[in-house]
Design a protein around this ligand. Sequence first.
Ligand SMILES: CC(C)(COP(=O)(O)OP(=O)(O)OC[C@H]1O[C@@H](n2cnc3c(N)ncnc32)[C@H](O)[C@@H]1OP(=O)(O)O)[C@@H](O)C(=O)NCCC(=O)NCCS
Length: 247
Amino acid sequence: MFPPVSEPQGVRLSPAQISITRERPARAIHARAEDGTTFVLRPTLMTDVDAILSAFDASRAELCKFMPWAHQPQATLHQLERLRECETNYFSGRELSMALFELHAERETLVTMIGLHPRVPLNPSGFEIGYWTPTPFAGRGLATYASKLIITYAFDRLGADRVQAICDEANLASRRVMEKAGLRFEGLLQNITQRPSERLLQQGFIHSGRNPMFALTTDEFQVQPWVSKLRATLRYFNIVGEPESAI
Ligand SMILES: CC(C)(COP(=O)(O)OP(=O)(O)OC[C@H]1O[C@@H](n2cnc3c(N)ncnc32)[C@H](O)[C@@H]1OP(=O)(O)O)[C@@H](O)C(=O)NCCC(=O)NCCS
């Protein structure tokens, strides 16, 4: 996917000199919230398997309303294989599956799952965000916060020129997250998602066939009222875990 890597002859970069790009994405981004809480946004790893399965178990009812995959049994080994793929895709810059963790006394608590997906047809520099918040943490602004963080990462380090998000028309909480993160309503798309089976509908899956599309372009992102304040709270760690030097 990416061009071959070369360093100037006779020069060896120090690990700290490796900059964060889509080809070499961040190992972690630390963020300090206004109330002093420290958060870490980082790729999901195979070592997160237990935390993700526990979060899923606590959220199954909410997830089943809008996420078709939540209707499948979530077995440990299956999840492990999915996470293996997520790691590969993340570190090669193809698709960035991440999670937001609250950091307390060196312990990470998973508070939102969020990703940047290459789902903008005809634009490889566009991303679509998708997210879910474990039900015990819902309603605390965490999906909005995680969205702002990952949007900032996408525009500031990954070369994105568009970040979009869609939800079912009936998913008012998700729509609210998009609005709070400053994404602009572009229009209502119809039948862009597969019609679900009768079984899924009987199990409570909601599918209106209508999806509001929200997006931000680079120029729109730069003038968001929250951007400069949020940026100032971030500390990026490069692909080998070194803190990024001031740029
Ligand atoms: C949608 C979801 C991610 C929101 O996560 P969250 O961390 O609770 O989000 P936030 O706290 O940042 O914001 C939620 C907003 O939605 C509002 N909201 C919640 N339920 C709502 C409802 N039924 N109707 C209208 N607004 C609602 C909240 O009041 C809040 O807005 P406010 O701050 O203006 O009061 C979470 O509910 C979830 O994981 N749902 C299941 C998976 C899903 O639908 N993912 C999105 C797929 S597109």
